[in-house]
Design a protein around this ligand. Structure first.
Ligand SMILES: NC(=O)c1ccc[n+]([C@@H]2O[C@H](COP(=O)([O-])OP(=O)(O)OC[C@H]3O[C@@H](n4cnc5c(N)ncnc54)[C@H](O)[C@@H]3O)[C@@H](O)[C@H]2O)c1
Length: 328
């Protein structure tokens, strides 16, 4: 199968492209190297892709370009069966500081891609959405029909993207599926997230820092589970036209997360607290029933197992990853 992964130099897109290459697909990655965090992490991801492609004799192409560039997107989409759209300006706080830029990339970029996919008659577009579309919980765990009232510009862009995808499915018969990811973590993860922060501090005996009182809860999803959901959707039409939660279905507080990391690395450290940051959701918790029914999705790791795997990976890759985490 010929697959275009947008944002494929990034954390999640990088894992998706790697897995598709291992499966022998023909993969094109489009990424603009948005300077949100250290570019070196993305360069490393591209090296992994080339290595996997070489080992399996798979066809791989990297294109440095922007999803908002109509010509580039049309050219790349014209040659593929499935589009896996991960490119976005991620980060809730970034969206509070730069709402125009985030809207431009996440909304205009997506429309560009949907338009090209309609013209090229691709088999399916799979889009990365986010638990941020829900906003304040009226009931937990979130089911997909929970009201959507995002509390950040980022959440609004992701909700707009979902509506755009639905409209393209309804108006143009373009099969689309939106996956609402719940805080994803794992190897090569973005540096500016709680798990990578806690690990990078604890390995050098600095206390983990919690913003707020630590009672915010999160559903942390191991990246391998996100990969599995996307892999299934390449071949499967049962979720076309749908929005699915992709989470671990097991939320924990930031306090518990900090303790889990601290206890595995430096149990003697005292956790520190700083004031809460605006526009962060208070609680997220996914119901994955719908994804389980439609595509057989099952989360594979508990948070303790996933954090343990991430720490193991971090220690094995510390030499190149740690300086990049610190510089981000
Ligand atoms: N990581 C999470 O916890 C999480 C949770 C919910 C949703 N998501 C969504 O999943 C997707 C992937 O997130 P991630 O964590 O891998 O983020 P990431 O920042 O690591 O990856 C996004 C990639 O998109 C690229 N990009 C940004 N703007 C672009 C543009 N205009 N043209 C081409 N490429 C562009 C970036 O350079 C980056 O490599 C995003 O759509 C994000 O909104 C992530």
């Amino acid at each position: 199968m010929r697959i275009l992964v947008t944002g494929g130099a990034g954390f999640i897109g990088g894992h998706l492209a790697e897995s598709f290459l291992s499966d022998g697909h023909i993969v094109t990655v489009l990424d603009s190297f948005e300077p949100f965090y250290a570019e070196g992490i993305k360069r490393h991801t591209l090296d992994v892709h080339r290595k996997v492609a070489d080992e399996g004799d798979a066809e791989y192409r990297f294109v440095e370009g922007d999803v908002r560039d109509q010509e580039t997107v049309q050219e790349l989409v014209a040659g593929v069966d499935v589009v896996v759209h991960q490119a976005a300006q991620a980060g809730v706080r970034e969206s509070v500081d730069n709402p125009r830029k985030v809207t431009d990339i996440n909304v205009s970029g997506t429309v560009n891609l949907l338009e090209a996919s309609k013209e090229a008659d691709v088999e399916r577009v799979i889009l990365a959405s986010s638990s941020s579309v829900y906003g304040k919980p009226k009931s937990l765990p979130y089911k997909e029909y929970h009201p959507t009232e995002p509390v950040s510009p980022y959440g609004v862009t992701k909700l707009t993207q979902e509506h755009m995808a639905r409209v393209y499915t309804e108006l143009h018969d373009l099969p689309t599926v939106c996956l609402r990811y719940f805080t994803v973590y794992g190897p090569r993860m973005r540096p500016n997230m709680a798990i990578s922060n806690f690990v990078s501090r604890c390995v050098k005996d600095d206390p983990p820092v919690i913003y707020g009182d630590g009672q915010q809860t999160r559903d942390f999803t191991y990246v391998a589970d996100v990969v599995n959901a996307n892999r299934t959707l390449l071949e499967f039409d049962a979720a076309d036209g749908h929005v699915l939660n992709i989470g671990s279905s097991n939320n924990i507080s930031i306090q518990e997360l900090a303790e889990t990391v601290r206890d595995q690395l430096a149990p003697e450290l005292e956790i520190e607290y700083e004031s809460a940051r605006e526009a962060d959701a208070e609680h997220t918790h996914a119901s994955v029933e719908k994804a389980s029914e439609l595509i057989g999705y099952e989360p594979s790791r508990t948070i303790t197992e996933g954090v343990g795997e991430f720490i193991e990976w971090y220690q094995a890759n510390r030499e190149w990853y740690e300086p990049l985490v610190r510089s981000s």
